[in-house]
Every structure is written in structure tokens, then in C-alpha cells.
Design a protein around this ligand. Structure first.
Ligand SMILES: NC(=O)c1ccc[n+]([C@@H]2O[C@H](COP(=O)([O-])OP(=O)(O)OC[C@H]3O[C@@H](n4cnc5c(N)ncnc54)[C@H](OP(=O)(O)O)[C@@H]3O)[C@@H](O)[C@H]2O)c1
Length: 330
């Protein structure tokens, strides 16, 4: 009898209704691969971009980029994982919205015993992203304790980890969020200031908080709706790290704009460039495990859904109803 797994697939890009629960054959891991049985799967905004076709991928597609569980089989040549290991990952190719999967072992790491499967599934993609943003995506001269940075969507999955990690680094993180309740959550998690970008004048507030100077870095995952305001919040030679487009893609712009805004820099980074090798992945994961292990960053899971309700998870995420991280439970 062939082993199978339940999985959430799309045959064509579309809305949340395109997501179907299907039964797929599982197979056995080939060279360099592992079979992992998930205890929890992470929900990320990138899953929405992939489902909607904003990031086109071959079809049919099992969604999901993040998960945690137990290794059930290893293929030839895999030496860093063994059967029975607790493990977690955030990586290409997609396919984590399922009970079990076969995948390349390269970016799968062992999960420390002190970190639960749900926390592992909720933090690998979001937490490794915060690591590379706050520690590797820096303005000229780097960031020092006391520096101001602006972080949009500060009450989201990535956002609440960023608030806490920034506090641990001594940074003054000004968070933005779409409601007063979300602003309060960002402050509770370590943001030194919070701005409701639906109702407040973000540029004026940032100028006020920074004594007119502006921030050294803006971390912007909203895209279209915040692009202009983000540029206007930078100090001269500041850096705009545009790392997502929850409101839609950033419109085309003229490079001369960057001169007019004060010789500012723009980068469009992705976690997957940072996860170039197994060693690089392990190193970023170790930084994340250390900060979570120290208690300085706690992984807040505010949404839990059965795997079969993945479509509802996407609806809630897109409707901006969520805070912190969310997981699917197979
Ligand atoms: N480049 C990378 O390496 C990388 C890696 C991980 C994540 N990301 C990006 O980081 C962002 C956060 O990811 P996440 O998974 O943690 O999601 P999230 O922040 O939990 O959810 C997205 C949030 O974006 C805000 N938002 C603003 N305008 C929106 C709109 N028009 N539609 C929907 N949401 C809107 C909402 O917060 P408010 O209600 O407070 O506005 C919403 O809760 C995403 O853009 C994601 O693509 C990028």
C-alpha cells in the first residue's frame, strides 16, 4: 500500500477558494532528501503571493514554506539529520501545508528541545527574516544601540519578532500598524513608539520622534501603500529595505527620486538569498534559536487552524484580522 498525505493544493492561482484539500502519494526520500512528518506548519504572507499568482510558480502547487515535525526517513548522503530528530525549516520549494512531505534536507535544521513544534513552525521563516533584516540589512556605518528604525506592520508575525529583537539590540524601533489595538501590541513587545498608519501622519510623527532627522532604516513589507511615506521618513543616506508587498507591488520609480530624498539607498532583499548554503542556514537558525532560548524574543501564536481550514487562514491574513504568527495543525 502506498503511503499518502493530506495536502492543500492549488491547480490555478486565485483567491482563497482555489485552495483544495487533496490526498497525495508520499514516496520515499531520494539522495539529499528527508521525509518529515509535520506537527505544525507556518502561515506566511508569501503563501498568499504564491496562491494569488503574484509570485508565479509551476502548477499544481502545494502551498507553504515553513514547518516543524519529526524526521521519519533520510535519503542517501544526508548526514546532519537522522530518523527521530525534531526538525524545522523555512525554505523553497513550497509544499509545507501537508501532514508529511519529502523535501531537500539542505535547509532543514534540528529544532532545540526547548522550542515546541508550534513555535518552530511559527518562527523559522519570520524569525530568520528578522535576523537578516536587523543584523545584515544595514545602512552605511551599521546600526548602533539608540538608533531609530521604522518597521511597518509591527504587530504581524514578522513584526512582533522584530519589535522584540530590536529591543534586545538596543534599537529604537518605531512600529506602524493598522489599528490602535495593534499599535498597543507592538509597544507591549518592545517598539519604543507606535504609529497607526491608517489614521496618523506617519512622516510627521517620525520627524517629531527623531528630532527632525528621520530614521536610518525603514523596513517596509507593505509596498504600494507605504512606499512614498517610507522614503520621506529616511534621514540622508538612509536605507529603505523593501521586503514585501502586502498592499500590492511598489510602482515603478525613477532613480533620481533617491537623490531628491537625500542620497538614500533602496534594497529589495529576500530570505532565500541569505539561505544560500546549509552552513548559512544553520548559522541564521542558530542566531534565532539563541535569541528565543534567551527569552528575549518570544514567539506569539495568535491563530491556530486545522490543516483543512487553510483557506480561512488566508482570508483572515488578507483581511488584516491577524496578529503575531499563525499555524496550521495537520
Ligand atoms: N523578503 C523576505 O525575505 C520576507 C520574508 C518574510 C516575510 N516577508 C514579508 O513580510 C511581511 C509580513 O509577513 P507576515 O507573514 O509576518 O504577515 P503579517 O505581518 O502577519 O500580515 C501582514 C500584515 O500587513 C499589513 N497590511 C498592510 N496593508 C495590507 C493590505 N493591503 N492587505 C493585507 N495586509 C496589509 C496588515 O497589518 P496592519 O493591519 O497592521 O496594517 C497585515 O496584518 C509580508 O509582506 C511578507 O511578504 C518578506
Amino acid at each position: 500500500m502506498t503511503a499518502t498525505t493530506r495536502a492543500i493544493r492549488i491547480d490555478q492561482p486565485g483567491g482563497a477558494e482555489a485552495m483544495k484539500l487533496v490526498e497525495l502519494p508520499l514516496g520515499t526520500p531520494g539522495p539529499g532528501e528527508i521525509l518529515i512528518r509535520h506537527h505544525a506548519c507556518g502561515i506566511n504572507y508569501i503563501d498568499v503571493y504564491q496562491r494569488s499568482g503574484m509570485y508565479p510558480l509551476p502548477l499544481p502547487l502545494t502551498l507553504g514554506m515553513e514547518g516543524a515535525g519529526v524526521i521519519e526517513a533520510v535519503g542517501a548522503g544526508v548526514t546532519h539529520l537522522k530518523v527521530g530528530d525534531r526538525a524545522a525549516y523555512a525554505t523553497n520549494p513550497p509544499g509545507s501545508y501537508c501532514e508529511a512531505r519529502i523535501m531537500p534536507a539542505m535547509h532543514v535544521v534540528r529544532l532545540p528541545d526547548a522550542i515546541s513544534f508550534e513555535e518552530g513552525a511559527a518562527m523559522m521563516l519570520k524569525g530568520m527574516t528578522v535576523e537578516y533584516l536587523l543584523r545584515r540589512t544595514l545602512p552605511q556605518g551599521g546600526l548602533q544601540a539608540g538608533d531609530h528604525v521604522l518597521f511597518h506592520a509591527a504587530a504581524g508575525g514578522v513584526g512582533l519578532i522584530a519589535c522584540q529583537w530590536a529591543r534586545a539590540l538596543g534599537l529604537q524601533l518605531i512600529g506602524t500598524a493598522g489599528s490602535d489595538a495593534k499599535c498597543a501590541l507592538a509597544l507591549e513587545h518592545g517598539a519604543t513608539h507606535a504609529i497607526n498608519y491608517q489614521s496618523d501622519d506617519v512622516v510627521a510623527r517620525v520627524r517629531d520622534i527623531t528630532g527632525g532627522r528621520g530614521v536610518k532604516v525603514v523596513y517596509d513589507s507593505i509596498g504600494k501603500d507605504t512606499w512614498e511615506r517610507s522614503l520621506d521618513c529616511l534621514r540622508p543616506f538612509g536605507l529603505l529595505a523593501s521586503f514585501g508587498s502586502a498592499s500590492g507591488a511598489v510602482p515603478p520609480f525613477s532613480v533620481s527620486t533617491l537623490a531628491a530624498k537625500g542620497s538614500v539607498y533602496v534594497t529589495r532583499p529576500t530570505l532565500f538569498t541569505h539561505l544560500a548554503s546549509r552552513e548559512a542556514t544553520q548559522s541564521i537558525a542558530d542566531e534565532l534559536f539563541a535569541v528565543v532560548g534567551s527569552g528575549k524574543v518570544r514567539i506569539r501564536i495568535d491563530q491556530r487552524y486545522p490543516l483543512a481550514e487553510a483557506a480561512q487562514a488566508h482570508r483572515d491574513l488578507e483581511a488584516r484580522k491577524t496578529t503575531g504568527s499563525g499555524v496550521l495543525l495537520p
